[in-house]
Design a binder for this molecule. Structure first.
Ligand code: ZN
Ligand code: ZN
Length: 247
């Protein structure tokens, strides 16, 4: 597995060498392969650990002055369907530029690096017995996105997580198109503001445990909606992980 990564890195370096390299999105220095220098990569690999002194035990946000639970979570009475939520970094400053380069400008050379961050966090969480899961479940893209754009960042993360690190990926969810959403009745729409998801078929997920993966989460509502669906099909435990959390 490590050797595949090395070969991959080597090929990337070689091509960037031929094309003259690129600039680090964060600090601007010349880099050979991905547009993020080694120092800035290390910064992203060194995440704030998920222990209850440093992170909100409900949403995983980095705590500043609160203890145990963040203010938003302690004020919210909404029922939660996630057994744990683990956003790696807060979505601030140059991390927004990084996401823009990856998602909107299609800098797909960043994908293996992001997969390595997710893998590092998963290893840490499983070692500390914070999570246990059988499958990673990606938050599905807009319908037709694959056909139109040719790729999806969460799907690509899953691809590398499987190929480089051996995780099993399960695709039980789909996103309902906005046209289809209009046909939902009032009851179905209730609490479904924003994107709507559903199970692709009638699954029996009894006794199974899942980790839902997203790239950026805002309130955790998407992860929670997806978790609710998996639990309605019998899932025993469902956790959520994302690269960034908007706060
Ligand atoms: Zn840098
Ligand atoms: Zn919180």
């Amino acid at each position: 597995m490590k050797s595949i990564l090395k070969v991959y890195g080597f090929i990337q370096d070689f091509f960037s060498f031929l094309t003259g390299g690129t600039e680090c999105i964060s600090c601007g220095i010349r880099t050979l392969s991905v547009p993020l220098c080694r120092n800035c990569q290390t910064e992203l690999l060194n995440f704030v650990p998920f222990d209850n002194d440093r992170r909100c035990s409900r949403c995983g946000k980095v705590l500043i002055s609160e203890i145990g639970v963040c203010r938003e979570c302690s004020e919210s009475k909404a029922e939660r369907f996630l057994d744990g939520m683990f956003p790696v970094h807060m979505y601030r400053l140059w991390k927004k530029d990084l996401m823009f380069a990856w998602k909107s400008q299609g800098t797909r050379t960043l994908s293996p690096f992001f997969a390595s961050i997710i893998n590092k966090v998963i290893l840490n969480l499983t070692e500390n017995k914070k999570i246990e899961f059988d499958y990673i479940v990606p938050v599905p893209p807009r319908p037709g996105k694959m056909r139109k754009v040719g790729w999806d960042q969460v799907d690509e993360l899953c691809h590398y997580l499987q190929k480089f690190y051996g995780y099993e990926i399960f695709y039980p969810l789909e996103r309902i198109s906005s046209r289809e959403q209009k046909t939902l009745n009032k009851e179905q729409r209730k609490g479904n503001l924003g994107a709507v998801y559903r199970l692709k078929e009638k699954f029996n997920l009894q006794g199974r445990k899942f980790l839902i993966l997203d790239d950026v989460c805002t309130t955790g509502a998407t992860l929670d909606k997806c978790s609710r669906l998996l639990k309605s099909a019998g899932a025993e435990e469902v956790y959520g992980i994302s690269l960034f959390l908007v706060d």
